[in-house]
Every structure is written in structure tokens, then in C-alpha cells.
Design a protein around this ligand. Structure first.
Ligand code: PEP
Ligand code: MG
Length: 570
């Protein structure tokens, strides 16, 4: 038995065999071949095996997710039968005495760079398809192993170096009981998604991958951040009991589902949920969410090979608004970049992606993408209580430009005779320190703020939220962060605006007493955190928490703040 500690990223206890998900190395090392006939034979066999795999995946996708989702595999199959690709590969093998993998890799690279330089967006997106298909065939030629997370079909705990948000989105809850990764923090997007999928997870373990073999029995304790490898039966029984206690506690909390969130001294605050897809709305309602405080629309853009059309987006936004039945829904415009990539946009690799060309910066540049989203949102606005929010606003100019584009699209739609709501609130995320510091100026121009502490903390402390080596600096309770939060709340209230928080700090049991005391109006969190937060707030007095927050602001270290909060009776 071995115990590894990491960061508790998603609550719950999972017990199941390990499944290692590793992204193989596709570098082609051998260039020269001795026997071109044998190489040709290898190529044809790899091709046939890939076609067979794709047929099977297409079939399954069609049955489980419908014909539309299966189209991508159809286009992959077409590439694998296209003589424009296959003939040059075969010729190269036959005439140049090179290995099949080298011939394929070289030829595919030429096509990929050709597609990437095309004017048409459609053709540019074919580069991503070509890359995917080449990897599939190379998997066979290089003898490496790769399993798409969507293809897991037995009960397992996934173990990986890291999971991208789109890997996580593909995990099937029925089979994936938990996951653990070497890297990542509580606010990396795979951790956030694990919470919305309600999959227990421990991330940032540094070296869990090298300690585990596929098939090892694992316990992932997402409550205390521990992974236990090959536990003795008595320990398994102990953790089964812990799992059941947690599940019983959840049942207890469920009794608060239809009640408002009121402090012990009668002050109401709003508890909303963060969602990534329309499917998450069911979880919001089950957990008594009073609204959606953050809809991360970028997930609509992931897991596909091209940008979602205006209609695809319209349907998604309309669905969320309708299902929320008039409760407020804050939709955040596209926040791609950082740890959320869109391969089909083929954006250049950056030295510091979290400080780079992301979110509203990209949208103001790629106005085609932004305007499509704004139109879809405006069209959907008549189906519920829509609020729009721009991410990563660093300057007032950015906000004004984004707002002007929204108004242009609105005028166009109205001119075309399309109904648009005239009571859409327009807000920004405060996640860049410059915006927090200038909140008094912003408050005169926006309808609301939502504090994005996941990024605000990383930018204030200069500590990458994904990097477990500097996670000690990622300090939500540092008085510096609390002072920034106070500045934002006070500035907004002075102008009669409301302030929410949609970073993970809003659902954190240690932060909640402080945020209540600082006067936060709306707390937006993973749906599963709502009922525990409601229960906690009902036991706190707002007046007392105001005093607590005032004291916390005068503390010197995060640790002193934690001790102060822990000393109160809850
Ligand atoms: C944040 O930064 O706090 C936030 C909610 O946005 P994201 O986690 O998607 O960057
Ligand atoms: Mg953010």
C-alpha cells in the first residue's frame, strides 16, 4: 500500500482499478528503411486498422450521440481513402526507401501547413482533422498506445499526467469513478469540470503516474486530497464507510433545496451555479441554485472541429435560459486561451498563455467570432433573464469596445425585425488587478461585477494557477486578495451595482464567512457546493461577519486569516 497526497479537487471517495491515460510520443525517429515492399505492407495494415477503428467509433457515436456528432468520424474516414494523401505517401515509400511512418508524417505535414495557410476558415479547420487522422495511423505504425477517454467502457479511476478540459468533458460518469493527475490545481479547468460532473478527483500529486500500474486498485479521496494505491481490504472498508457518510451528508443538505439563502440575522444573499454546458442546468436545479452566475461558453467551442454556428449557439443559450425559468443567467462571452485551447483556431503557441492572447483580447481581434456569439446571445435573450459578461477585461477601453460591438449587433437585429430583450444587464469579470484597482471608474459604466478569483489570485500573487510547484503562493485568504475584493464590492455598492463572485473562492467554506462580511451579493460556485454553502450561511450572522472581515483585512498573512476564521463558531 502507498499513500500519495495531492490537492483535493472534487469531493467524494472513489474506489476502482486504475486506468492510465497517457498521451504517447509521436515523434518519428527512424527515417530509412531497407525493404520498401515490407514498409508498404506495414502502411496498408496500419491504414486498414485505423479504418476499422473509425468505423466502430462512428457506429457507436451514431447510436449514443446521434448522426450529427458522428459526422467528424465520417470526414476522418474520407481522409483515409483520399488518393491525394495516400498516393504521395505510397510513392515516397516505394521510391525513397523511407519508413512508412516517415513518409506519412512528412506528407501529412505538407498538407497541414497548406490547410493552415488557406483563406477559407473551413479549409483551415481541415488541418486539425488531418492531424488527428495522422496520429491515429501513426499509433499503429509506431506501436504506441492511445485510448481516447471517451472510449473507456469499464469502471475505472483515470490516472494521467494532466487532463485537458476537453479530455475531462469526454469522461463518461458511468464508468469513470474518479481521477488523479500529476499536475493541476483546484482552479484548473479539469478540476472545475470534475466538480460539475461530480467525479471525485485529486490533482497536483506531482508523481502519481509513475507510482501506479493500470489495474492497481485505487482509492481517490477527493475530500482530503489523498490517493491510496493497492489498499488492504480493511482500509477499503474504512473508505467505503467514508464514501457512504459523504453521500448521507449530501442527502441531508438536499432538504435545503427549495429554501432561500438567509443568514442567521435575516440577510438574504444569492447562491448561483457555474455551468459549462446546457446539460449542467439539471444539476443547478437539483442543488437549489438561485441562478446561473457563470456560464463558461467556451465548452461549446471545444470538442468539435470548427466554430459553432450562430444557430448552434442560439439553441444552447435558449435552452439554458428556458430551463432556468426566469432566474438570472450570467453568460460569459468566449474565454478561450490559458489552459483552454481550440486546436482548430491554430493560434500560435505562446510563452505565457495565461498572460497572452485570450478571452476578450482574442474576441476584439477576431470580431467575426465575437459578433456571431453576441448575435446568438441577443436572439436568445427573449427566452429568459439574460445577463452578459465579458471576461479578462483589463481596461475601460476594452469594455467600451466590446459593448459597442454588442450594441451594433443589437441594432442590426432590431433592424431585421428580430426580437431582443431590452433589459439585458451587462457586466464584466474582475479578474485582473488593474480592473479591481479601478473598480470605482468601471462601476460607473457596467451593470455588475463578477469577481473571478481563479485568475485574480494568480495575477495578484504572480503564481500560475496550474503549477503545483507554486501552489503555496496561490492564497485566496491572503489579506492582499481580501483587500482587492473589498475595493471592488465597496466601489460597486457606491454606484448601486451588485457584485458576484464566480471564482472557486465563492464556494470555499473558509472564505464564505469573510465574503458575507465584505458584503458580496451573489456567490456563484459548482452546483454541488451550493447546499453546503446555504447550510453554512444560515448559521452565520452577517453583522458578526462584518466585524470578522474587518479584522481579517488587518491581518498580515493568509495563515493568520485562516486561524481567525477557524476560531469562530460555525
Ligand atoms: C476566474 O478566473 O475566477 C473564473 C471564474 O474564470 P475561469 O476559471 O474560467 O478562468
Ligand atoms: Mg478567469
Amino acid at each position: 500500500m502507498l499513500k500519495i497526497t495531492g490537492i483535493a479537487a472534487s469531493a467524494g471517495v472513489a474506489i476502482a482499478p486504475a486506468f492510465k491515460l497517457e498521451h504517447p510520443d509521436y515523434t518519428v525517429k527512424q527515417q530509412h528503411a531497407k525493404d520498401s515492399a515490407a514498409e508498404l505492407q506495414r502502411f496498408e495494415e496500419a491504414l486498414a486498422a485505423s479504418v476499422q477503428e473509425l468505423e466502430a467509433i462512428k457506429e457507436r457515436t451514431q447510436q449514443e450521440l446521434g448522426a450529427k456528432k458522428a459526422e467528424i468520424f465520417e470526414s476522418h474516414l474520407l481522409i483515409l481513402s483520399d488518393p491525394e494523401l495516400l498516393t504521395p505517401v505510397r510513392d515516397k515509400i516505394a521510391n525513397e526507401l523511407v519508413t512508412a511512418e516517415f513518409a506519412l508524417d512528412e506528407t501529412a505535414k505538407q498538407f497541414i501547413s497548406m490547410f493552415e495557410n488557406m483563406k477559407s476558415a473551413y479549409l483551415r479547420e481541415r488541418a486539425a482533422d488531418m492531424r488527428d487522422v495522422t496520429k491515429r495511423v501513426l499509433t499503429h505504425l509506431l506501436g504506441v498506445k492511445y485510448v481516447n477517454p471517451a472510449e473507456i467502457s469499464t469502471e475505472v479511476i483515470v490516472v494521467a499526467e494532466d487532463l485537458t478540459p476537453s479530455d475531462t468533458a469526454q469522461l463518461n460518469r458511468q464508468f469513470v469513478k474518479g481521477f488523479t493527475t500529476n499536475i493541476g490545481g483546484r482552479t484548473s479547468h479539469s478540476a472545475i469540470m470534475a466538480r460539475s460532473l461530480e467525479i471525485p478527483a485529486v490533482v497536483g500529486t506531482k508523481d502519481v503516474l509513475s507510482q501506479i500500474e493500470s489495474g492497481d486498485l485505487l482509492i481517490v479521496d477527493g475530500l482530503d486530497g489523498e490517493v491510496i494505491i493497492n489498499p488492504a481490504p480493511e482500509l477499503v472498508a474504512e473508505y467505503e464507510a467514508k464514501r457512504d457518510r459523504h453521500l448521507r451528508q449530501i442527502e441531508e443538505w438536499k432538504k435545503l433545496r427549495d429554501l432561500p439563502t438567509v443568514s442567521r440575522d435575516g440577510v438574504h444573499v444569492e447562491l448561483a451555479a457555474n455551468i459549462g454546458t446546457p446539460n449542467d442546468v439539471a444539476g443547478v436545479l437539483e442543488n437549489g441554485g438561485e441562478g446561473v452566475g457563470l456560464y463558461r461558453t467556451e465548452f461549446l467551442y471545444m470538442g468539435r472541429t470548427e466554430l459553432p454556428s450562430e444557430d448552434v449557439q442560439f439553441q444552447a443559450y435558449k435552452t439554458v435560459l428556458e430551463k432556468m425559468e426566469g432566474k438570472p443567467v450570467v453568460v460569459r462571452t468566449l474565454d478561450i486561451g490559458g489552459d483552454k485551447e481550440l486546436p482548430y483556431l491554430d493560434l500560435p503557441k505562446e510563452m505565457n498563455p495565461f498572460l497572452g492572447f485570450r478571452a476578450v483580447r482574442l474576441c476584439l481581434d477576431r470580431q467575426d467570432i465575437f459578433r456571431t456569439q453576441l448575435r446568438a446571445l441577443l436572439r436568445a435573450s427573449v427566452y429568459g433573464n439574460l445577463r452578459i459578461m465579458f471576461p479578462m477585461i483589463a481596461t475601460l477601453d476594452e469594455f467600451r469596445q466590446a459593448k459597442a460591438l454588442l450594441e451594433e449587433e443589437k441594432a442590426k437585429l432590431v433592424g431585421e425585425g428580430t426580437a431582443v430583450s431590452d433589459s439585458i444587464q451587462l457586466g464584466i469579470m474582475v479578474e485582473i488587478p488593474s480592473t479591481a484597482v479601478l473598480a470605482d471608474q468601471f462601476a460607473q459604466e457596467v451593470d455588475f461585477f463578477s469577481i473571478g478569483t481563479n485568475d485574480l489570485i494568480q495575477y495578484t500573487m504572480a503564481a500560475d494557477r496550474m503549477n503545483e510547484r507554486v501552489s503555496y503562493l496561490y492564497q485566496p485568504y491572503n489579506p492582499a486578495i481580501l483587500r482587492l475584493v473589498k475595493m471592488v464590492i465597496d466601489a460597486a455598492h457606491k454606484e448601486g451595482r451588485w457584485v458576484g463572485m464566480c471564482g472557486e473562492m465563492a464556494g470555499d467554506a473558509t472564505a464564505i464567512p469573510l465574503l458575507l462580511g465584505l458584503g458580496l451579493d451573489e456567490f456563484s460556485m459548482s452546483a454541488t457546493s451550493i447546499l453546503p454553502a446555504r447550510s453554512q450561511i444560515s448559521k452565520l450572522s452577517k453583522a458578526e461577519m462584518e466585524k470578522l472581515a474587518a479584522e481579517a483585512l488587518q491581518k498580515r498573512t493568509a495563515q493568520e486569516v485562516v486561524e481567525l476564521v477557524q476560531a469562530i463558531k460555525q
